[in-house]
Design a protein around this ligand. Structure first.
Ligand SMILES: C[S@@+](CC[C@H](N)C(=O)[O-])C[C@H]1O[C@@H](n2cnc3c(N)ncnc32)[C@H](O)[C@@H]1O
Length: 267
């Protein structure tokens, strides 16, 4: 078995979510215009999005359950010269978050919720609702099952993925986009908007603001990948990863990337 997340952490893999950088741009566009307060990214991976969040606020908390991912993220933050404003934090992975209620102006999540166990998922979504300020936003890009996908097929695809790369494709409960909205709403988050990411135009939107920072961060991603390839056994590892990913790719469209824009329900 290739452990996908460990392998990607070791090579500084970034944009590990549906529609890659284009989806991140769409997600950042949904941040509150007056981002008064810190922003939390949950499951920051190697930190490419966390660096971009520095454009919107003075303080970003980049949280992840994996020490290897955070090590790579910290390397990126230093490389980009934003280490002062970005706080990397290892969280438990059981869905609980070590923050006081209403701490963050926004909570950002890319491709993290759908790979949780159902109980961890519910806890994590409840925690997002708890730690975001009233008037703030929770913005999540998650891959969910298309409504027409037979459950049996989804189960088989998850089984293959778990065996080959140590990770499911998407949790079965909630299943499709409507189930996800219901789950968010029953966890204290109202849906403002949802967007199918297949409808996004470009994969390579490079904004003019802070272009230098974004280019430095992308250079870090490219350098880490190159370094991993040049290590002894690096090419063989790369080929193993490519083969494993091809093995787990569904042969028919049955998953879709969705951007959920949410706000805490006022009480
Ligand atoms: C598919 S990767 C996505 C990484 C990054 N968000 C991106 O899109 O490139 C999922 C990330 O979530 C982290 N993760 C998984 N479960 C988590 C949890 N319960 N709490 C925090 N991080 C978690 C993993 O370690 C990994 O870095």
């Amino acid at each position: 078995m290739v452990h996908l997340l460990d392998t990607l952490a070791a090579r500084g893999g970034a944009s590990l979510h549906a529609r890659g950088r284009a989806a991140t741009t769409a997600l950042l566009d949904e941040l509150p215009s007056d981002c008064a307060g810190p922003v939390l990214e949950i499951g920051c991976g190697t930190g490419e999005t966390s660096v971009q969040l520095c454009r919107y606020t003075d303080t970003v908390v980049a949280a992840d359950a994996s020490a290897a991912m955070l090590m790579s993220a910290c390397g990126r933050f230093r490389w980009c010269g934003v280490g002062q404003r970005l706080h990397a934090l290892q969280v438990s992975g059981d869905g609980s978050l070590p923050f006081a209620p209403a701490t963050f102006a926004a909570v950002v999540i890319e491709s993290v919720l759908a790979i949780q166990r159902p109980d961890t998922l519910l806890r994590l979504v409840g925690e997002c609702s708890r730690v975001v300020k009233r008037g703030g936003r929770v913005i999540a890009n998650e891959t969910v099952w298309m409504a027409r996908t037979p459950r049996k097929l989804a189960e088989e695809i998850n089984q293959t993925a778990a065996t080959s790369v140590g990770l499911i494709q998407a949790v079965l409960t909630p299943f499709d986009i409507n189930d996800w909205v219901e789950m968010f709403e029953s966890s204290g988050l109202n849906l403002i908007r949802k967007q199918r990411l297949d409808d996004l135009a470009s994969d390579h939107d490079l904004r003019t603001t802070n272009r230098g920072l974004i280019i430095r961060s992308r250079a870090y991603t490219a350098w880490r990948r190159l370094r991993a390839l040049m290590e002894s056994g690096g090419i063989a590892k790369h080929l193993r990863l490519t083969r494993a990913l091809a093995e787990v790719a569904p042969t028919q469209p049955c998953l879709e990337g969705i951007l959920f824009v949410l706000e805490p329900i006022s009480t």
